[in-house]
Design a protein around this ligand. Structure first.
Ligand SMILES: Nc1ncnc2c1ncn2[C@@H]1O[C@H](COP(=O)(O)OP(=O)(O)OP(=O)(O)O)[C@@H](O)[C@H]1O
Length: 374
């Protein structure tokens, strides 16, 4: 696979703003900080991070809307960092963009919105209509050609935005929080459409988001940003299964559920007298392997809590088991599982008070002050 976009030591520093007028001393903002990154052709890449992490600035560097303060940005092998404005326009034409707020022209119909970039690019009139019809058909809103944006739902408006972004057949589609204003069902439809664009048209899709379920649904790789830097990057499954940085772990926990909260553990232990242990379920430790390990050690197991999901067709999640059997057998089984996955003991074994066989008085710990005279 070859890189369609490469960043080499790219930084973007915004100068001090408003400092003189307000009299406040403000530092320049380093929105993107020494980023080196390759985006492979034909993939769907998620750029993730908290607000202010530098995601939008990074994406604006990819389509030449911002110039780097230092470093180089290569798009299809061409260094665009120092291109004159006239040539940057060509680069932008090869890059479609969709936005959270759709950014449609309110005074034009759906047809007019999608035709607009074709007119700007100088397409002859007789070729514009079939192209727009084809695009509206592709995104599933051919029946809305004559409607104005205000008459459309959010999902339909985003489809218009997508058709418009695809008009000039870009190689790269940048989606800046494109589903953040949509309800969950519409989000799923739009994500499916983005996946189709990637599969059927071969378009490289760069998705900026702070929502990990978006990444889980469609991204092949994830790039995690924090304070302008890339803190983690890799295949989506790897990043979800084994997040390295603290912020990645926090993001992943929003989309992969299954670890019980402390209150849940208390409730579960009241209902289940055996040992409660949470086991990470993954490709390395699928459920049949976990069950077989318990069986091999003669440990009884039943799932009492948890959740698993599928990422890139591979299983991932956490299941909490109630285990029964001797402490020795349980320890041995958990030691085996600990070699391949995360194992977290939620409760210790419930001590059973068994009366002594010989009728002797049970041994009680002697208080520290025993025998002392008041
Ligand atoms: N034109 C600008 N002038 C000055 N500072 C800017 C400019 N654009 C962005 N910044 C600053 O750069 C930093 C990164 O902003 P950016 O919008 O890239 O982050 P983001 O991760 O996309 O955040 P959000 O999710 O809120 O859009 C922020 O501190 C922001 O205030």
């Amino acid at each position: 696979m070859s890189a369609i976009v490469s960043l080499r030591g790219v930084s973007k520093v915004f100068p001090v703003q408003g400092g003189k007028r307000t009299g406040q001393r403000t530092e320049p903002v380093r929105a993107v900080d020494h980023v080196t990154l390759d985006i492979d052709e034909g993939t769907v890449v998620g750029i993730v991070g908290y607000s202010g992490a530098g995601k939008s600035t990074l994406v604006r560097l990819l389509n030449g809307l911002e110039r780097p303060t230092e470093g180089q940005v290569f798009v299809k092998g061409q260094d665009i960092s120092s291109l004159p404005e006239s040539q940057l326009r060509k680069v932008r034409a090869g890059t479609g963009m969709i936005f959270q707020q759709f950014n449609l022209l309110k005074s034009r119909t759906v047809f007019g919105n999608v035709a607009y970039p074709l007119k700007v690019a100088g397409w002859p009139k007789d070729r514009i209509k079939p192209r727009v019809d084809e695009l509206l058909e592709f995104v599933g809103i051919a029946d809305k050609a004559g409607s104005y944006p205000r008459r459309l739902s959010g999902g339909q408006q985003q489809r218009v935005g997508i058709a418009r972004a695809l008009a000039n057949a870009p190689d790269i589609l940048l989606a800046d929080e494109a589903t953040s204003a949509l309800d969950p069902e519409t989000t799923r439809d739009v994500l499916r459409l983005l996946r189709r664009i990637n599969k059927e048209l071969g378009t490289t899709v760069v998705v900026i988001t702070h929502e990990m379920h978006v990444v889980r649904e469609i991204c092949d790789t994830v790039v995690m940003m924090e304070s302008g830097r890339v803190v983690e990057a890799g295949p989506t499954y790897t990043v979800f299964a084994d997040p390295q940085s603290g912020s990645t772990q926090r993001f992943v926990s929003t989309a992969v559920h299954g670890t019980p909260e402390p209150e849940t553990v208390s409730r579960l232990s009241a209902a289940h007298p055996g040992q409660l242990v949470s086991i990470g379920i993954s490709e390395a430790a699928p459920t049949p392997l976990v069950s077989a390990t318990f069986e091999r050690h003669g440990v009884g197991s039943s799932v009492v809590f948890g959740g698993v999901t599928e990422i890139q067709n591979k299983i991932l999640g956490t299941l909490t088991y109630e285990l029964t059997g001797s402490d020795h057998a349980i320890d041995a089984a958990l030691a085996d599982l600990g070699e391949v996955t995360a194992v977290e003991r939620q409760t210790a074994a419930v001590e059973r008070q068994t009366p002594p066989a010989d009728g002797a008085v049970p041994h009680l710990p002697v208080p520290a002050n025993a025998g002392e005279q008041p």
